[in-house]
Design a protein around this ligand. Sequence first.
Ligand SMILES: Nc1ncnc2c1ncn2[C@@H]1O[C@H](COP(=O)(O)OP(=O)(O)O)[C@@H](O)[C@H]1O
Ligand SMILES: [Mg+2]
Length: 502
Amino acid sequence: MGERGKAQNAVRSGSRRLLHPVGEDTSGLKAAQKFSLLIVDDDVDLALNLQDIFLTEGYDVAAAFRAQAALALCGKRAFNLALVDIELPDMSGLRLVERTEESCPKTECIVITGHVALDSAIAAVGHRRIISYETKPLDLARLTSLVRQVKERQQAEEALRQTETRLGVVLGQIPCILWATDAGLNTTSLAGVGADFVDKHLKLGGRRRASAAPPRDGKASPLLAAHRSALSGSAQSCELKWRGKDLYCHVEPLRDAAGVVAGVVGIATDISEQKRREAELQALSRRLAEVQERERGQLARDLHDEFAQTLTALKMSLDRAAVGVEGNTGKVLRDSSALVGELMAWVREFSLDLRPTMLDDLGLAEALLWYAGRFSTKTGVRVSLKYSGLPRNLPSEVGTAAYRIVQEALTNVARHAHAEEAIVRLWADEVSMTIQIEDRGTGFDAALLSIDKSIGISGMRERALGLGGTFRLDAAPGRGARISVELPLPNHPEVGRHRRKH
Ligand SMILES: Nc1ncnc2c1ncn2[C@@H]1O[C@H](COP(=O)(O)OP(=O)(O)O)[C@@H](O)[C@H]1O
Ligand SMILES: [Mg+2]
């Protein structure tokens, strides 16, 4: 057979028959992605038969009858799979597999062997690229099924690789770090900008994890604590600084199909910008509060110094003018003097409300005692004021904030709570001062407050946050309300402290 004669010397490649199923896309692109198969066997009949069979299966098939010809083919293109006869005239099949290691490192091989070489074929399956062996005479149904399985597996692996690459590209673009760990907290995958965060900063990955458990400063890393919490089943979040950035980290338990926690997944997002804005807002509200206090103080002084003094002078003039004047004119003068007297009292009250001088002169405790007494007289609500450990030289902005918060909270009790008593507690230690205002009145649902209808409450919160403190509101309908504020104190040892109960 002429055709066979030529083939004996060389190789046969490509489509001997075109048996593509109807509708199959035979465009270059698709053809390039076709599963490619190399058949190397010196039994030309067998090789050509196999080529026919696999061509009808829709594969891209090349056949070579000698090792050298196969080597030449492998030098030109890559194959997905090679069926290699273990005994070739010019080289052993195993040697051929080794020689194509460089040119076709990804080509998987199935060796074809007769009984004589069965042992070496079995041994060869240990080779990295040799996945199986088949004995002659070949069971064609088995072989085609095996090749189909290899094709499907390789395609699935390729699809997975592509998905992972695409996912990697997407994750590489988004400004967050994602990671997963196993139950031993060894990282199993990492993605995103700065993915070395988990491994390098927290040293969670690999064997170095243990060294990070208690970081050098002795404090447990909040991220490690969040990981441990997630491992015990509950998600946890934390914020931390990394390379000058503020990160918000959230760690969730990762469960297997049976629902058992098999590791954790974590996400860290950069919240530096948000933090910066928050800090700016706090600084702004602190400045606003300062300006407001300064202006109130100025207005209180002006009222007292200018207005009240002019009224005093007016009253004195009226009193003088009224001396010895009888009848209607005298009555008008005395009534006017009395009215000016009332106006003077009102101006004094008003200027005290604006800025009680004792806050500057006598300090927070005295100012609050005075205010509580005055408040009870005016509203009928008893005030129990307890304080302890208040430093004498309280920074003025802290004293003012505390005073204003108590003032606003007590006003709310009088206006909304329908309570007979309000309890005010203040205490301080070296680092902070805590203020609590509590009533057992009607209470309310804090979740229903709208921002525009809670200027008083927002103002208290802003004052607290503006000084770097915290604000907490506990209230429920029918169960009263409690406001708790903690204000940080500048760190200096305090000498004298007030201790007094009221
Ligand atoms: N101690 C309180 N007891 C009951 N309701 C309160 C109390 N404090 C605040 N509230 C409720 O919260 C709302 C918002 O309070 P606030 O921000 O001080 O605004 P305002 O006092 O001007 O209404 C009040 O209108 C009231 O309904
Ligand atoms: Mg109010």
